[in-house]
Design a protein around this ligand. Structure first.
Ligand SMILES: *Cc1c(COP(=O)(O)O)cnc(C)c1O
Length: 347
């Protein structure tokens, strides 16, 4: 059997989740009368300490709607250079919202308050692009599932809020940061003007994200969601999966983190230098394998383990709901063999 570590998006709904979906109360969400969607939106907004929520088909759409709430065409968004928003959303913020970006760089994807202070531009007159918002990713995917330190987030808020610059949190995996640190979700939520979270990653729902923010902002985002063709009808069938995930799949994310550390330490023992287990903060493992990245992925697949190349020379593994402890051990053994052998090979 294949063990799929390409992403935590690959999870299949469990039988209990499917049962919750088939018994969901439904309405027509474009008419705004689907009670299960309402329940999900209110639940997530409440968890994050925000007024209102909007259920969206993807995290990319939730980010698109959140960012465009604060950044007018021709204004700029600051974010980290490896952020999902600038690397993995196909230029949507530029193409659809006229947003320009400038980036700071951090090897782990973390907030660098000094660097942001050096980038942020307000009251610049009619010749410098004004900064309207800063986006932060927590946990940071291409940074290796890293967790943003709370004191840096607070310092960032102190820096930009007096300038009228808004903060958007790409919290696709905020759940992972929350369970790992014990920081309450609403403590994170309070630092940001809008937050997006994914239900379809480690939480195991088949589809869906939620954007939260102030009620008027979410009302406008609802209009834009429809304008972009992403209004949906009996979406309660999907919202029910999200509600089920919130009840049953949040606390267990710590198991994914333990499995990730197990995989990382097994690989580190077999092939020192490929990964430092101390950098594995949540469920993402980045392996630095140089020119052999494609070969490592192919040989892992021969051994029944799927993973992917996410940057030149970098292979990513992600643990999730459908990877048991035994699967993690098996996958770790396969990767350890592949990497130990690869190290002995020529060149
Ligand atoms: C997965 C992810 C998203 C959203 O992805 P979709 O595939 O559009 O749901 C956004 N941000 C980060 C950091 C992600 O990892």
């Amino acid at each position: 059997m294949t063990i799929d570590l390409r992403s935590d998006t690959v999870t299949r709904p469990t039988p209990a989740m499917l049962a919750a979906m088939t018994t969901a109360e439904m309405g027509d969400d474009v008419y705004d009368d689907d009670p299960t969607v309402h329940a999900l939106e209110a639940r997530v907004a409440g968890l994050l300490g925000h007024e209102a929520g909007l259920f969206t088909v993807s995290g990319s759409l939730a980010n698109l709607l959140g960012v465009r709430s604060w950044v007018r065409p021709g204004q700029e968004l600051l974010c980290e250079a490896q952020a999902h928003i600038v690397r993995a959303e196909m230029g949507a913020h530029a193409v659809l919202s006229g947003v320009t970006t400038r980036t700071w760089t951090d090897p782990l994807g973390l907030v660098d308050v000094d660097a942001i202070a050096g980038l942020v531009a307000v009251d610049t007159g009619p010749f410098i692009v004004p900064t309207a918002a800063v986006a932060v990713e927590n946990t940071h995917n291409f940074g290796g599932g890293t967790i943003q330190p709370l004191d840096r987030l607070a310092a960032l808020r102190d820096l930009v809020a007096p300038l009228g610059v808004r903060l958007h949190l790409d919290g696709a995996r905020l759940w992972n940061a929350h369970v790992e640190t014990g920081v309450p979700l609403d403590r994170y939520g309070a630092l940001f003007d809008t937050v997006s979270v994914c239900l379809s990653k480690g939480l195991g729902a088949p589809v869906g994200s939620v954007l939260v923010g102030p009620s008027p902002v979410i009302a406008e985002a609802r209009v834009w969601r429809k304008r972009l063709g992403a209004g949906w009808r009996q979406a309660g069938v999907l919202a029910a999966a999200g509600l089920y995930a919130l009840d049953h799949h949040v606390e267990r994310l710590t198991e994914d983190h333990e499995n990730a550390r197990l995989v990382a330490s097994t690989i580190a023992d077999a092939a020192p230098g490929v990964v430092d287990p101390a950098t594995v903060a949540t469920n993402v493992i980045l392996l630095t394998v140089g020119a052999r990245a494609a070969e490592v992925v192919a040989r892992a697949e021969d051994g029944g383990v799927l993973c992917g190349v996410v940057a030149p020379g970098v292979v990513r593994l992600i643990t999730h709901l459908d990877v048991s402890r035994a699967d993690a051990k098996t996958a770790a053994g396969v990767l350890a063999d592949v990497l130990a052998v690869a190290r002995q090979g020529p060149g």
